[in-house]
Design a protein around this ligand. Structure first.
Ligand code: BT5
Length: 320
């Protein structure tokens, strides 16, 4: 019922609509209308209720609610089903379990905050409540394991493009999974997957974006969109919607035409092209000039002895 009320209030954004008219339109009692409005107000919708005028939607909640993200989303795959939570341990953990239970491709899990947000290699992702976007997307592409890394590139391109479009900020990608602004990490991507016989069963793309989070709540080296834009507050909802649209477009292109286009897009957004870097692995590090990425999404580094190394996983730091 509250969704139906919301739909009517949305289409009357400029004027009050009486409780009587709502009850007539929806064929329910006045008390049911009042209950529905109250529920929406509790969810965070700012709805003005005036005795003689009725109701008017003043502002949407600053929350990533499924019904708000879905509103006029118009995607083909990504976001076909959206689940929104308040505080969870990790959206990736939830999405992984849902995928194991057979949840369809395109399902996205959102949370307002995470208690145990996950980074790569057992690291953690600091996830303060209400200022960030924390989401995990389930995909089921029919590709070999070797091509799975390309999906991290799809996610990175989608994030950088969405930030550029909605916030007008020059987001860049640091291979493989960081989005930087002014050399500060504002977004991270964690790709997890389930496999069988060298094929992917499903892949979870976990994305964390520091949108309006003060730097005092973030680890050193991190930034937020707000802090890097002279304290401009951004709409998480608008950014989340645009991100899903961008991911949808880039993923469909990848599914239909392969990785060529995403690699080109990625190169245009890369913070590392032609830069001297140090790449850290679990037990060693190498130094050299970044040259390119290969058809599988590995970073090609030209070492000082002239050899080229294809780096599949590691942490990259720009050194000059
Ligand atoms: C990542 O790992 O960058 C992947 C982050 C993925 C987070 C999303 S949120 C939604 C979904 N659900 C999850 O549980 N996870 C995903 P990595 O490259 O390993 O970077 C981790 C490192 O980044 C940490 O060791 C810190 O140094 C730093 N860090 C932690 N929290 C940060 C934050 N909020 N912003 C920027 N840097 C952060």
């Amino acid at each position: 019922m509250d969704e139906k009320i919301l739909k009517i209030l949305r289409s009357h954004r400029d004027a009050f609509i009486s409780g009587r008219q709502l009850s007539r339109n929806l064929s329910v009692s006045l008390a049911t209308v009042a209950r529905g409005v109250h529920k929406l107000q509790e969810e965070g919708y700012d709805i003005s209720a005036q005795p003689h005028w009725g109701y008017k939607l003043v502002a949407l909640p600053d929350k990533l609610l499924a019904q708000e993200i879905t509103w006029q989303l118009k995607t083909e795959v990504v976001g076909k089903k959206i689940l929104s939570y308040n505080i969870v341990d990790s959206t990736n953990t939830i999405a992984f379990s849902l995928a194991e239970e057979g949840m369809p491709e395109g399902t996205v899990v959102f949370a307002e905050g995470q208690r145990k947000g996950k980074g790569r290699l057992g690291r953690n992702w600091v996830s303060p409540k209400s200022g960030g976007i924390y989401l995990s997307l389930i995909l089921r592409p029919k590709i070999s394991l070797q091509k799975a890394a390309l999906l991290t590139l799809v996610a990175a391109v989608g994030c950088a493009e969405a930030i550029r479009k909605v916030c007008g900020l020059p987001a860049q990608i640091r291979w493989p999974n960081d989005i930087l602004l002014n050399n500060k990490k504002v977004c991270g991507i964690l790709t997890e997957m389930d496999t069988q016989n060298n094929r992917l069963k499903f892949i979870i793309l976990g994305i964390g974006i520091n949108v309006n989070i003060p730097v005092s709540k973030l680890p050193s080296g991190a930034g937020s969109l707000r802090e890097e834009a002279l304290k401009t507050k951004f709409s998480r909802l608008e950014l989340a919607r645009q991100l899903l649209r961008q991911l949808d477009q880039d993923y469909l292109c990848f599914r239909q035409k392969g990785g060529k286009r995403v690699i080109t897009q990625w190169k245009n957004l890369s913070a590392l092209s032609g830069k001297r870097v140090k790449v850290f692995f679990a037990d060693k590090a190498i130094e050299g000039l970044t040259q390119d990425i290969d058809q599988q999404g590995a970073l090609i580094v030209r070492l000082d002895n002239g050899f080229k190394q294809h780096v599949v996983a590691g942490d990259v730091v720009k050194i000059r």
